[in-house]
Design a protein around this ligand. Structure first.
Ligand SMILES: Cc1cc2nc3c(=O)[nH]c(=O)nc-3n(C[C@H](O)[C@H](O)[C@H](O)COP(=O)(O)OP(=O)(O)OC[C@H]3O[C@@H](n4cnc5c(N)ncnc54)[C@H](O)[C@@H]3O)c2cc1C
Length: 420
């Protein structure tokens, strides 16, 4: 897919102010009151790292994957599960990581969340044995890439009723089927894949396993998705792929439980990315509209420009507070090992779905509105708004379309009636 970069038409004075460093300065003013001293220290260190180590190496005409090993050097492929030294690992740190990376490069964060959280979290939770730990180490170092294969051609929102077929042969399983929209798939080394041995009983017969690039019968093709050109999203085909038993994370029936227990982490990570995109575009708009003049005045002086932005910031502050709160709820659930306790699992699932709906929808809305408020320049690659808008759209559907998030919340709130 050809990536287009065009001429520079941005006013030099505005360009000097529109740096990532300045965007972080404003972002920090909003976020610091919401986080602890330790989290603040983590965020400041991370921002310095991203400014010095990632931003200079970013090339908007190249895919994001060359940046993974740089993140890996400082254990920034994910911050959800403890890995390596230190204690700064939980959903709140992961969310701060997602926000800070999304501000510098939203496409990089989309690809990172898939490999670092959506692929790796099930390995941390359910993985056993040397091979799994070897894979985890490669992923955490950013040297290998992971992806997840749930969605099929005929089964998207209705993911449970999948058709990918598993035949269990004791030492290994054999997989046949097609998965679609696999983010990172065409470049991935490892694939978490779900299949069923009995299509009429998916809950009771679902498996979760790791397929590897070299396995015979596995092929990938890229889909033409224009909104995130630096991330590869594909079709993954399994033609009698033999997966050894040591790569099976969830055997018959357990695969279904693993799939659902992983969705909350997935949604929380997406909340972080969405909030980061929203902060990136909102602050870019704030700086730009305060420096751009029309009719001899900064356009921010016109209430038609400043009021919608103020509304965006107000909503974004509320969504960020809610996002961090949903991360805290997730961390409390993990600490108390409540995964087995249905009522906490259900509460957490619904809370994360509602917040994912809100944050990803807001990121898309803020990016779109800010683009309109900044004018033509925001449609060019001189500002980062249009690129961020592309990623915001994807954040709204990945991890479940917005109606499905609302559906989960609507079911949970309906349950309240039963306490009467
Ligand atoms: C860029 C991108 C990246 C993705 N990455 C991955 C990935 O890495 N791995 C993966 O497995 N999948 C991935 N997906 C797939 C994504 O999760 C699905 O697209 C999503 O779950 C919706 O499925 P669908 O596209 O088949 O739409 P459908 O399920 O056909 O839905 C179409 C519309 O109908 C609505 N709808 C469906 N059922 C209901 C209902 N009961 N009530 C109300 N409305 C309903 C939906 O909300 C949607 O608006 C990705 C998708 C995209 C676009």
């Amino acid at each position: 897919m050809k990536l287009i970069t065009g001429v520079d038409i941005l006013d030099e004075e505005i360009k000097k102010k529109l740096t990532t460093e300045n965007i972080y300065k404003i972002f920090n003013n909003f976020i610091f009151p919401l986080i602890t001293d330790e989290e603040r220290e983590f965020l400041e260190e991370l921002e310095q790292f991203l400014l010095k180590e990632i931003e200079p190496k970013m090339n908007l005409e190249e895919q994001v994957y060359n940046l993974f090993p740089i993140l890996g050097r400082r254990n920034y492929v994910q911050r959800l599960n403890p890995h390596g030294d230190g204690e700064r690992y939980n959903m709140r740190y992961e969310m701060l990581l997602a926000m800070a990376i999304s501000i510098v490069d939203p496409e990089l964060d989309l690809a990172r969340v898939v490999t670092g959280v959506i692929f790796a979290n099930p390995l941390f939770q359910f993985g056993k044995g040397d091979r799994i730990f070897e894979i985890l180490n490669q992923i955490m170092a950013g040297k290998k890439i992971g992806c997840i294969c749930i969605t099929e051609r005929k089964h998207g929102s209705d993911a449970v009723n999948m058709e990918t077929k598993v035949s269990d042969r004791v030492d290994y399983i054999i997989l046949n089927g097609e998965k679609l929209y696999t983010t990172n798939g065409p470049v991935a080394d490892y694939f978490i894949v779900y299949g069923v041995s009995d299509v009429s009983d998916p809950r009771g017969s679902m498996y979760q396993a790791i397929a590897e690039r070299e396995f015979e019968g596995l092929t990938t093709n890229r889909l033409g998705i224009q909104s995130v050109p630096r991330v590869e999203i594909g079709q993954t085909l399994f033609d009698s792929v033999k997966i050894p038993r040591k790569n099976v994370l969830g055997a018959k029936g357990q695969g279904y439980k693993n799939l659902f227990s992983g969705l909350v982490a997935e949604r929380c990570a997406i909340i972080g990315s969405s909030l980061g995109i929203a902060w990136l575009t909102a602050i870019t708009g704030l700086i730009y509209t305060n420096l751009r003049t029309q009719f001899n005045r900064p356009i921010y002086d016109f209430q038609g420009v400043s009021f919608p932005q103020t509304q965006n910031f107000t909503e974004l502050m509320a969504a960020t507070e809610l996002g961090l709160r949903s991360a805290l709820e997730y961390d409390k659930t993990v600490e108390k090992k409540h995964f087995e306790e249905q009522k906490f699992v259900k509460y957490n699932a619904a809370f994360s779905s509602g917040t994912k709906y809100l944050a990803s929808n807001l990121a898309q809305k803020i990016s779109y509105e800010t683009q309109q408020l900044c004018g033509g320049i925001a449609f060019t690659d001189n500002l980062r708004i249009d690129r961020a808008l592309g990623v915001a759209k994807v954040q709204e559907i990945i991890g479940g379309a917005r109606n499905i998030q609302l559906y989960l919340v609507s079911r949970a709130i309906k349950d309240m009636i039963s306490i009467l």
